[in-house]
Design a protein around this ligand. Sequence first.
Ligand SMILES: C[S@@+](CC[C@H](N)C(=O)[O-])C[C@H]1O[C@@H](n2cnc3c(N)ncnc32)[C@H](O)[C@@H]1O
Length: 366
Amino acid sequence: MLDPFSGSGTTVISAEQEGVQGLGVDVHPFVTRVASAKLNWRADASIMRERAQDVLREVEREREVRLPDSPLIGKCYPDLASLTSLLRIRDAVERLRKGDEYDELLWLVMVSIIRVCSPAGTAQWQYVLPNKTKSRVAEPLGAFEARVELFVDDMLQMQHFADHPRARIIGADARTLDGVDDGWADLILTSPPYANNFDYADATRLEQTFLGEVSGWGDLKPLRKSLMKSATQHMGGWDAAEAFDSPLLIPIRDELIEVYSKLEAIRKTKGGNKAYHLMVAGYFLDSAQIWEALRRVSAPGVKVCYVVGDSAPYGIHVPVERWLGELALSAGFKEWSFEKVRDRNTKWKNRKHTHPLHEGRLWIEG
Ligand SMILES: C[S@@+](CC[C@H](N)C(=O)[O-])C[C@H]1O[C@@H](n2cnc3c(N)ncnc32)[C@H](O)[C@@H]1O
């Protein structure tokens, strides 16, 4: 089973439970690190607990911490004592590294409490909303200890599957799938980015800022450039001619140009002035490249389950599953069908359109 957008690794972990050889690919280095850390569930639970206690003892030494010079961190952690405690956990995890799998498990425990210890409005893997507050804020040391126990429980549960094949995660671009062998996959199961303006670079900004990996908005630029184009923030400096000149988009070119032109025109009448026309063109050019790459790594008779949602930026409907299906056939797959799972129209409601949207599974075979 190959997941070309494996994120935090849900599908590859399920593959391990099912006894299926799993391979995950994601281009986002932070997310790839999270997934790879999770794959260390075979580690010894009692050593994990001991190593966590070492971290807490190191925190008690109350070493000096350097406060991050970041307005975002200042806004998200107004309580200095709590922030200091969280930073001490971060530093202790780094200082006590031994070069083994517990390093990464403890890193992930630490990462997993960054949000819950902030009063800022945050959701799991969502943008930070520093101007909103949440009602329950965790205390860092207690949160760390509780998370260790949660990890240990999960590890012990998973260890029933210890003799199943090990999954792997590769940091690579789904548009090329470098590092994945030709004909490798019998099954492709994935939840790709939707064309709905969600920015996966921004999604991890709080964690990456806290860890000192980025210090401001501009530092996310290289990551944004590497992501599949699915948000207007990804489109800076990109020329849509690349899409319209590409032979890969021939099957949908006329319809795409029509949607593109409508979006370009309507944009001028909207306050937000968002470049959805570019986003849509970029999204389908990237998707066409992804189907080519997936064809290369697929065994004959492959089955692909691609979770998709359609979208309607500025109320202009984009028939996502049909266009993706047509591009997949053009890349050499044999047939496509769509199985609706649910209706939705939440994301765009605030943009005052009522176009009914849905979400479901695009099945591709052959
Ligand atoms: C909907 S999420 C996948 C969530 C995943 N199923 C999970 O359990 O966490 C989409 C993922 O696509 C990744 N992504 C975006 N552009 C990519 C690209 N060009 N190549 C590979 N992965 C990419 C993002 O980093 C994000 O993790």
